[in-house]
Design a binder for this molecule. Structure first.
Ligand code: HEC
Ligand code: HEC
Ligand code: HEC
Ligand code: HEC
Length: 276
């Protein structure tokens, strides 16, 4: 992340929050990795955004052929993304936004996000996503919404009777649909894609959601031209693990100085933030 922005205090915080979250080291930062960088055009996954393991990104060489930039540059020490050659690689349209009737307005026509589904282990275990098991037969749909001790998914929620979100007031089925496990579900029963977590988080965290939408909370990069250029929003779950927020809201590690820009890249103004 190059911080060429003259951003307000809050945004600097949010941006550095992005850069510094997550512990761990670059997994393939070896000599082999260096070779891969110059010799092959195959995507390499050795780098993550915000939350390690939950926001891994693949690096594609020569993503900007004009200059020979890779799609991303990864830190050798933390494994975090440092800058983007192509900030929109792998993004999809944000889609419908939650309806919150307030005075703030936004233009989301060109808003894009990185989809979450490819990052979810259980979603990718079989051809039908979570329904590979949660088809109503192999794993029966839960009888009611009462918390119980689960004999599954302990890698995601260690002890389901002590879910680290909501201080005992929140259970799996406040967010997951009981009948279509490939979807999240809000209070009205709307089925929501894992790629749009803001639509459920925003129901209980309305103020944070309004700030997020306005670019005050979280992170956005892109074009701030009034012509409605493309912009990428980071979704809530790229920074917050919904199953552990009570234990650690966020996991900061030390920020690093920005690296030099690649040859030919004049500036990183596509990464400037809106609220400057
Ligand atoms: C390999 C099979 C398998 C896959 C794939 C799977 N689950 Fe499950 N899941 C289970 C089993 C088995 C249980 C019930 C465990 C129990 O009752 O002790 C369960 C329980 C749950 C529960 C607790 C509520 C309930 O239904 O009782 C949630 C929430 C859940 N799974 C979410 C998911 C999500 C989301 C996905 C996909 C991202 C997924 N699961 C994929 C096997 C699976
Ligand atoms: C506050 C909302 C919320 C609650 C409560 C919640 N989840 Fe989730 N869960 C999510 C979201 C959002 C995702 C997608 C996370 C992401 O994008 O990284 C998810 C993902 C999952 C996955 C897929 C993870 C993977 O990597 O494959 C499983 C399994 C799961 N949840 C199980 C549970 C179980 C079991 C419970 C209850 C003990 C539970 N969840 C409670 C919101 C919630
Ligand atoms: C059903 C309501 C509900 C939903 C949906 C929900 N949360 Fe929460 N969340 C809560 C409650 C309740 C708390 C505990 C607040 C407290 O202790 O003051 C909480 C706490 C948190 C905290 C920690 C706040 C703190 O001060 O420690 C974070 C971060 C958070 N939620 C993020 C999320 C994200 C991200 C999502 C969407 C994936 C989400 N929440 C969805 C109800 C919800
Ligand atoms: C780019 C990363 C990022 C994104 C995206 C993001 N957050 Fe946060 N969030 C943070 C950081 C950093 C904190 C501060 C953590 C702390 O104080 O310990 C935080 C704090 C919070 C808190 C704790 C309340 C408080 O006042 O301290 C809640 C609740 C929350 N976020 C909800 C959300 C929701 C809902 C979304 C999506 C609409 C979201 N966040 C998107 C990084 C992010």
């Amino acid at each position: 992340m190059i911080c060429l922005h003259k951003a307000s205090r809050i945004v600097v915080f949010a941006l550095s929050g992005f850069l510094i979250v997550g512990m761990g080291s670059c997994k393939v930062a070896s000599a082999a990795g260096e070779n891969a960088e110059t010799q092959t055009a195959k995507p390499v996954t050795d780098c993550y955004e915000s939350r390690e393991d939950y926001a891994t990104v693949s690096r594609t060489e020569n993503a900007v052929p004009e200059y020979g930039f890779p799609s991303i540059k990864c830190s050798k020490t933390t494994g975090a993304v440092l800058w983007y050659g192509d900030p929109y690689e792998g993004t999809i349209p944000m889609g419908a936004m939650p309806e919150i009737k307030d005075q703030t307005h936004g233009n989301f026509a060109n808003a894009v996000v990185k989809p979450r589904e490819p990052h979810l282990t259980y979603f990718n275990l079989g051809p039908n996503g979570c329904k590979t098991c949660h088809d109503g037969k192999t794993v029966p749909n839960p009888k009611d919404g009462k918390p119980r001790l689960l004999s599954m998914h302990q890698d995601i929620v260690e002890n389901s009777l002590e879910l680290q979100h909501g201080r005992g007031a929140v259970w799996c089925l406040d967010c997951h649909s009981p009948t279509n496990r490939n979807k999240l579900m809000n209070r009205r029963g709307d089925k929501i894609s894992f790629n749009q977590p803001q639509r459920i988080c925003g129901e209980c965290h309305g103020e944070k959601y309004i700030d997020w939408r306005a670019g005050i909370h979280g992170k956005i990069i892109g074009s701030w031209a009034s012509d409605g250029g493309k912009r990428r929003w980071w979704v809530c779950t790229e920074c917050h693990n919904p199953h552990t927020v009570q234990k650690n809201r966020f996991n900061p590690v030390k920020p690093e100085p920005p690296p030099p820009l690649p040859r030919g890249m004049k500036n990183a103004s596509h990464e400037r933030s809106e609220t400057e």
